[in-house]
Design a protein around this ligand. Structure first.
Ligand code: BGC
Length: 711
C-alpha cells in the first residue's frame, strides 16, 4: 500500500507473498451470472459480465467487470440507472478527441457508481466489413481516427480509476462464425490497418487490459496466438497490462499461457485446476504464471482500483443526460440538404408529418453485450413486465420519442403521425405537409451480421411512396453503420443520427430545428451497393453447420470447441474503407469524412513544412450565415514505390467559426503517419520519395495540395 512505489514495484512485492493457489485465483473468472451458475466463492460479485475474486484475505479487491461500450450494461438487473451515450461509431463522427474523453469519463463514473472497477468497452476493430453486426460498437474504417478516438475514450475511463480495456484483439471483423473463423491476412496489411488502430489506442490510452478475440488469425485462435500477444502486443508495443480472453474464447492451457493470455474469462476451464496441474507437472513454468499475475496486479495498482475503490451511489442522471445530448448533437451527420429544407423554421411552417415505425415511442439502440438498459424498459413495450430489462438479441427502443421531441420543439405546428407500415397510408399521411420527417432504422446486435446494407422491413418502398407524395421529405436514419439509399435523389434532406442514446430524439430535434448546427463527419464510407464492398457477399460458415453457428446466444464451451474452422481471406489487404473505393475507382454514396453543415466553409492557403514532424496549416473561412464547426482533414498520397492505396488520413483539425470568420488552423503531424510496414526490417519506416499532402472537407473533396520530398 506504499503509494510512493511504482505499480510494478508494488506488484512485485505482493507477488512474492503469494501461494500458487492465490496466483491462480487472479488468473480467471468465476462464471458469467447472465449465462448460468457462478462459482460459489463469487458471492461478492456485483452481477456484471464477470468477476475475478481477488484476494479478500489480504484485502486485494476483486475485479468487478462490466460491459460498457456506450454506457453501463446490465444496470436494470441491479436496479440502477445507466445513461446511454450515442453509439461508439457516432462518437467517432464527432472527430473530437475531447468528446471521446468525456464519453469515457462518464462511463467510468457510472461504472463506479454501480460498484464496478473494470470496463469491457473500448471496441476498435476496423470496419473492414461494414455488415459486421458490431460496426456500431467500433469507431469506423480508418486506423488513425479509430485509434485516436478509442485512446481518448480509454483515458477518460481510466481517469475515474476504473481499469480500461481495448478489444477485440484482433481481426474480429465479422460476427458470422466468429467462434471459429480464421481471418487470414498478411503481416504488412494487418500492421497498417487493424493492428494500427490498436497500437494507437494503446499508445494514447494506456488501457489496463486487452481483450483477445474469438476468431482465429491466420489459423491460430487469437487468445493463443503468439504472434499477436507475445510478438506484437507485449514485444513490439511493450504493453505492460494484462490480456483477458473474450468470454469463452480460451481454448487451451499451455499454449495460451505461453502465447501470453493472462486471464481466462468468464470461467476457469483452462486457467483453474488445469493450470495448477500444468504448473506442477512443469508444462507451464512458474515464471510464466508470475508474469501473468504481475501484469494483473500492476494494472490494478496503476489504474487505482486498490487505492481508490468504487463507492456505490446514484449516477448524476441530469448532468450525464446533458452530455449524451451534446455528444449526439456533435455526432449527427447531415448528408443531404436540398433547397435548404433544414433547419426547419418552426415559425414559418404549419404542418409536419412524422412517419416511421415507433417514431411515436422511441429511438432504437444497438444490442448484444453492449446493450444499455433503458429507464423503465423497452419503449415499444412488447416485453412482459417481469423481463423489462435489456436482453441479448432483442431490439430495444429508448423512450426518448421523436414525435414528442418534435412537438415540444415546434409547439405551434400541427404534427401528425403515421407508423410507416403501409406505403399508401404513409404517402397519404405525407401529402400536403410542409415537411415530412421519416424516421428509418436498421437494428444491429452482436452475433448476427447484416445480410445486406439495405434498410430492413420494406422501408425503402415506404420512403419511395412518401417522397412521391411529398418531396419535402427529411429521412432521419437511426442506424449503426452505413445503409443503402435507392431513394437518395428523391428526398430533400438526409440526417444520419446513428444509435443516438438516452437523449437522442431531443438532440435530433435540436438539429432539425437549427438550435444546433450539425458538424459530424462520416467515420465510415456509405457505398452505393453491397456489390461495391471488397467482399460483395458476406462469407458465412459452411452450410452443414449453419445451425450450430447461429450465435443468437452465448454458446457453451463444449459446442465452441467442436466448430470447424473456415477462412475469410482479407485479400483486399491495405484497402479498407475509403482506401478500397479510391483504389478501385468506385463512386460512393457518401465518402469517408463527409458531412454538411447549415453553414458553408472555404479552404485556402495550405502550407506544409517538414522537420521532425509535418507542420500543416490551412485557412478555413465560414462563408455562411450561421456559426458552425468544421473538421479540416489532411490526407497524404504516398509515393508510388510504397504500393499504398491512393491516399490516407494523416491528421485533422476541428474549429468553431462564426459567420464570416476565418481561421488559420494548424496541426503538427508526426512523420510516422507517412510510414509503411517494412516487412524485412520488421518495423515502420518512411520511404524516400514525393508525398502529396492535401487538405479539405472530406476524403473526396481535397481542394488544396502541396508536395514534399523526403530524401
Ligand atoms: C463479447 C464481448 C463481451 C463479452 C462479455 C462477448 O460475447 O464478444 O465483447 O465483452 O461477451 O459480455
Amino acid at each position: 500500500m506504499d503509494k510512493s512505489l511504482s505499480p510494478d514495484q508494488r506488484a512485485d512485492l505482493l507477488l512474492r507473498q503469494l501461494t500458487l493457489d492465490q496466483k491462480l485465483q487472479l488468473m480467471h473468472g468465476t462464471g458469467d451470472p447472465h449465462e448460468g451458475p457462478v462459482d460459489p466463492h463469487a458471492s461478492e460479485s456485483n452481477g456484471g459480465s464477470g468477476f475475478v475474486i481477488g484476494l479478500p484475505e489480504i484485502g486485494l479487491p476483486g475485479i468487478q467487470i462490466d460491459d460498457s461500450a456506450y454506457g453501463v450494461a446490465y444496470s436494470a438487473g441491479s436496479g440502477r440507472y445507466s445513461t446511454a451515450l450515442p453509439c461508439n461509431l457516432a462518437s467517432a463522427a464527432t472527430w473530437d478527441p475531447l468528446a471521446a474523453q468525456k464519453y469515457g469519463q462518464m462511463i467510468g463514473q457510472e461504472l463506479r457508481d454501480q460498484g464496478y472497477n473494470m470496463t469491457l468497452g473500448g471496441g476498435v476493430n476496423l470496419a473492414r466489413e461494414p455488415r459486421d453486426a458490431r460496426t456500431f460498437e467500433y469507431l469506423g474504417e480508418d486506423p488513425l481516427l479509430a485509434g485516436t478516438m478509442v485512446g481518448n475514450l480509454i483515458q477518460g475511463v481510466q481517469s475515474t480509476h476504473v481499469i480500461g480495456d481495448i478489444k477485440h484483439f484482433a481481426m474480429n471483423d465479422q460476427e458470422s462464425g466468429r467462434h471459429a473463423v480464421s481471418s487470414n491476412i498478411g503481416e504488412r496489411a494487418m500492421r497498417e490497418t487493424d493492428l494500427l488502430a490498436f497500437q494507437l489506442g494503446i499508445e494514447i490510452g494506456h488501457p489496463g487490459a486487452v481483450m483477445c478475440s474469438y476468431n482465429r488469425v491466420n489459423e491460430t485462435y487469437a487468445c493463443e496466438n503468439e504472434f499477436l500477444l507475445k510478438t506484437v502486443l507485449k514485444g513490439d508495443w511493450k504493453f505492460p497490462g494484462f490480456v483477458i480472453s473474450d468470454w469463452l474464447a480460451t481454448h487451451s492451457t499451455v499454449q495460451s499461457s505461453h502465447a501470453g493470455l493472462d486471464n481466462e474469462e468468464p470461467e476457469n476451464t483452462f486457467y483453474g485446476p488445469a493450470m495448477k496441474q500444468a504448473v506442477e507437472s512443469g508444462k507451464v513454468p512458474l515464471a510464466e504464471v508470475d508474469d501473468h499475475v504481475h501484469r494483473i496486479l500492476r494494472t490494478m495498482f496503476a489504474a487505482g482500483v486498490v487505492d481508490d475503490p468504487p463507492k456505490k451511489q446514484v449516477p448524476d442522471v441530469f448532468v450525464h443526460a446533458q452530455l449524451a445530448r451534446e455528444i449526439e448533437q456533435k455526432s449527427i451527420v447531415l448528408l443531404e440538404n436540398r433547397d435548404h429544407l433544414l433547419p426547419l423554421d418552426a415559425g414559418h411552417i404549419h404542418t409536419i408529418a412524422v412517419i416511421g415505425r415507433n417514431a411515436d415511442r422511441g429511438m432504437i439502440s444497438g444490442g448484444g453485450s453492449a446493450q444499455v438498459d433503458p429507464p423503465g424498459g423497452n419503449a415499444i413495450g412488447d416485453i412482459p413486465e417481469a423481463e423489462r430489462k435489456a436482453d441479448w438479441q432483442r431490439a430495444i427502443w429508448f423512450p426518448d420519442a421523436p414525435l414528442a421531441a418534435i412537438k415540444a420543439t415546434a409547439p405551434g405546428v400541427r404534427v401528425t403521425f403515421n407508423d410507416g407500415s403501409d406505403p399508401a397510408a404513409a404517402a397519404a399521411a405525407a401529402e400536403g405537409a410542409d415537411a415530412v420527417l421519416f424516421f428509418a432504422y436498421q437494428w444491429m446486435a452482436e452475433g448476427v451480421d447484416l445480410p445486406t446494407l439495405g434498410l430492413p422491413d420494406g422501408q425503402d418502398a415506404v420512403i419511395a411512396a412518401v417522397t412521391q407524395a411529398n418531396p419535402h421529405t427529411v429521412v432521419v436514419l437511426e442506424t449503426g453503420g452505413p445503409v443503402l439509399m435507392p431513394w437518395v435523389k428523391d428526398v430533400s434532406s438526409i440526417v444520419e443520427s446513428w444509435y443516438s442514446g438516452s437523449m437522442g430524439a431531443t438532440a435530433i430535434a435540436d438539429v432539425l430545428f437549427g438550435a444546433s448546427n450539425p458538424s459530424g463527419k462520416l467515420p465510415i464510407t456509405f457505398p452505393l451497393a453491397d456489390a461495391d464492398l471488397p467482399h460483395p457477399k458476406l462469407i458465412t460458415p459452411p452450410p452443414a453447420s449453419q445451425e450450430d453457428w447461429t450465435d443468437s446466444d452465448k454458446m457453451s464451451l463444449k459446442l465452441l470447441q467442436g466448430l470447424p474452422s473456415f477462412d475469410v481471406t482479407y485479400d483486399e489487404g491495405l484497402k479498407v474503407g475509403y482506401k478500397w473505393y479510391d483504389a478501385e475507382h468506385k463512386p460512393v454514396l457518401f465518402p469517408f469524412g463527409f458531412g454538411l453543415s447549415y453553414s458553408t466553409f472555404a479552404y485556402t492557403n495550405l502550407s506544409v513544412t517538414t522537420g521532425s514532424a509535418l507542420s500543416v496549416s490551412v485557412t478555413v473561412k465560414n462563408t455562411g450565415t450561421r456559426a458552425g464547426d468544421e473538421t479540416a482533414q489532411i490526407y497524404a498520397a504516398m509515393p508510388a514505390s510504397t504500393g499504398e492505396p491512393p491516399q490516407r488520413l494523416i491528421g485533422w483539425v476541428k474549429a468553431s467559426l462564426l459567420p464570416g470568420e476565418e481561421k488559420r488552423l494548424s496541426v503538427e503531424i508526426p512523420l510516422e503517419r507517412l510510414a509503411v510496414w517494412n516487412e524485412s526490417g520488421h518495423r515502420f519506416s518512411v520511404d524516400p520519395g514525393t508525398y502529396t499532402i492535401t487538405a479539405g472537407p472530406d476524403s473526396r473533396d481535397q481542394p488544396l495540395h502541396q508536395s514534399i520530398n523526403r530524401p
